[in-house]
Design a protein around this ligand. Structure first.
Ligand code: SF4
Ligand code: SF4
Length: 429
C-alpha cells in the first residue's frame, strides 16, 4: 500500500475542525435561496450534527481516543454517508483539511476493528472476489450487453465489433454491463461513430473496486486494483474510456493511493466533446428536449487526480512540502455540458446546486445497497430540484445515478424523464 492514510494519520483534520458548519452548506456566494442551500444528504435527512462531515470527524476522533465505542447504531450512522465529498469541497473552500479521506479512513478503522461494513457490503465484496462484479452475476455474461438489446433507454442499432489490437479500451463497469446496458451499447456506438476502434475487455473486465475502498474494505480494494492494473498491462491498454463516473473517479482518485496508474483515463463525455471539437463526430438528428444536468460526484468534485503527499504539518496548518489539494473545482464539468449543448434541439437549465456544489444522487458509498430507503430519499430531493428548473428530463453521466433516479421516480407522480448523456448523444447521431 503506497499512500493510504489510516485514521491516526488524519489527526490534524479531526482536531482542527472548528465546528463552523460550512460542510453542510453550499458556499454562500453560490447559494440561490434557502430551499436548495444544503449540501450534505445525511444531514438534510436527519438534522443531527452527527450525520455530517463535521459529526463524522468528531466521531472518528472520539473512537481513536477511546471516548466512544463501536455499537450497531454508530456503525449504521458511519455507513449512512454516501461518500459524496460535498462536505470535503465545502470545508476546503475555507480550510486545508481532508474531511472525505477521514471518513474513508473511519470506515477502514471500523472494518479493522471487526464492526463493519454492513452485511450487504460484505456480500458485495464476496461477489467481486468470486465473480468480478458487485452483483454476483456470471463473469461470462459481462459483455452480454453487446448481444442483447437493452430493456431500458439506449442501444438500439447494431453494436460494432471490438478491436483486439487497439491500445484504447472501453471499460463499461459493473452497472452498465449487467443493469444499465443501454449506456454500454450507446457508448460503443458513439465511439465507433467518432472513429475510435476500441477493445472490449469482456470477461477480463472486473469491478473497478470503488465500492471496496469507499466501504473501508481496503485490503480487498488493493487486491482488486492490482488485478485490474495487471489486466490493463496484459492487454496493452494505454487509454481507458469509461462511461461510469464511479469507475472514472476510482481510476483517477482512488487507484493512485495504492499503485502507479500508467493508463490515461478518460470519461466518455470528454471523448465525445473532443470528437465534436475535432469534427470527428456530428450530431445530425434533433432531440427536442429541455433538460437539466446532474453532476455525478465522482465525475465532478472527486475526479481531480490524487497526488500522494508526505510531509509535516506545521503551525497554522502549513503543509511542508506544499500539498496538492483536491478542492473539487477542477472536475469534469464542462465536457458533459458542451456535449448536451451541441445536440440540436436540446436546451439546458442548471439546477441551483451544480458543479462542485451538486447534490449527490444518493447511491454512492455503498448506501444504495446498505440503505436503499435513504438512497431513494436523496434521489427524490435531487429530483425535486430538477423539477424546479422546469426541465422535462434530468441527464447524468453515470449508470449509478440513472439507476437510483429511475428507482426513485415511481414514488411520486413526476413528469420527469431520466437519461444518461450517452443516450441522448446516441439519439442525435
Ligand atoms: S467545514 Fe470543516 S471545519 Fe467547518 S465544521 Fe465542517 S469539517 Fe469542521
Ligand atoms: S460525504 Fe456527503 S453524505 Fe457524507 S458527510 Fe460528507 S456531505 Fe454528508
Amino acid at each position: 500500500m503506497t499512500a493510504m492514510n489510516r485514521l491516526e494519520d488524519l489527526r490534524y483534520t479531526m482536531e482542527s475542525c472548528n465546528h463552523c458548519g460550512q460542510c453542510k452548506w453550499v458556499a454562500g456566494p453560490r447559494t440561490t435561496g434557502w430551499r436548495f442551500a444544503e449540501i450534505c444528504p445525511i444531514h438534510m435527512r436527519h438534522h443531527f450534527d452527527a450525520y455530517s462531515g463535521q459529526g463524522l470527524l468528531n466521531i472518528a476522533r472520539e473512537l481513536l481516543d477511546g471516548e466512544l465505542s463501536y455499537e450497531p447504531g454508530l456503525v449504521d450512522l458511519i455507513y449512512s454517508c454516501t461518500m459524496c465529498g460535498a462536505c470535503d469541497t465545502a470545508c476546503k473552500s475555507i480550510r486545508d483539511m481532508e474531511v472525505l479521506d477521514t471518513i474513508a479512513a473511519l470506515r477502514a478503522h471500523c472494518v479493522d476493528a471487526g464492526h463493519g461494513p454492513p452485511a450487504p457490503l460484505t456480500r458485495a465484496a464476496d461477489a467481486i472476489a468470486t465473480h468480478g462484479n458487485v452483483f454476483g452475476r456470471p463473469r461470462a455474461e459481462r459483455d452480454g450487453w453487446r448481444h442483447t438489446p437493452a430493456r431500458e433507454e439506449g442501444g438500439s442499432g447494431p453494436i460494432p465489433e471490438p478491436s483486439s489490437s487497439s491500445e484504447i479500451a472501453y471499460f463499461a463497469g459493473c452497472a452498465a454491463c449487467y443493469l444499465q446496458t443501454g449506456i454500454a451499447r450507446d457508448s460503443a456506438r458513439i465511439l465507433a461513430a467518432g472513429g475510435w476502434d476500441v477493445q472490449i475487455l469482456g470477461s477480463d473486465e472486473e469491478c473497478c473496486g470503488r465500492l471496496l475502498w469507499q466501504t473501508g474494505q481496503w485490503q480487498a480494494a488493493e487486491q482488486q486494483i492490482e488485478r485490474n492494473l495487471a489486466i490493463f498491462r496484459r492487454r496493452g491498454i494505454k487509454t481507458l474510456v469509461t462511461s461510469c463516473a464511479e469507475c472514472f473517479g476510482a481510476f483517477r482518485g482512488i487507484y493512485p493511493r495504492f499503485a502507479a496508474v500508467e493508463v490515461e483515463v478518460l470519461h466518455i463525455s470528454e471523448v465525445i466533446a473532443r470528437m465534436l471539437r475535432e469534427g470527428a463526430l456530428r450530431f445530425d438528428r434533433e432531440v427536442d428536449l429541455h433538460v437539466t444536468y446532474h453532476d455525478p460526484c465522482l465525475l465532478g468534485r472527486q475526479s481531480e487526480p490524487y497526488v500522494p503527499w508526505q510531509g509535516e504539518i506545521k503551525s497554522f496548518g502549513l503543509h511542508e512540502p506544499p500539498k496538492t489539494w483536491r478542492r473539487g473545482h477542477d472536475g469534469v464539468y464542462d465536457a458533459p455540458r458542451e456535449v448536451l449543448r451541441a445536440i440540436p434541439g436540446v436546451t439546458v437549465t442548471e439546477m441551483a446546486r451544480h458543479e462542485e456544489n451538486a447534490l449527490c444522487c444518493g447511491a454512492g458509498g455503498g448506501v444504495a445497497a446498505a440503505n436503499p430507503v435513504l438512497a431513494r430519499w436523496t434521489a427524490n430531493e435531487r429530483l425535486d430540484e430538477a423539477e424546479a428548473t422546469g426541465a422535462a428530463a434530468i441527464v447524468s453521466c453515470c449508470p449509478q445515478c440513472r439507476g437510483n433516479f429511475t428507482a426513485a421516480l415511481p414514488r411520486r407522480d413526476r413528469a420527469l424523464d431520466v437519461f444518461d448523456l450517452t443516450n441522448l448523444a446516441a439519439r442525435a447521431l
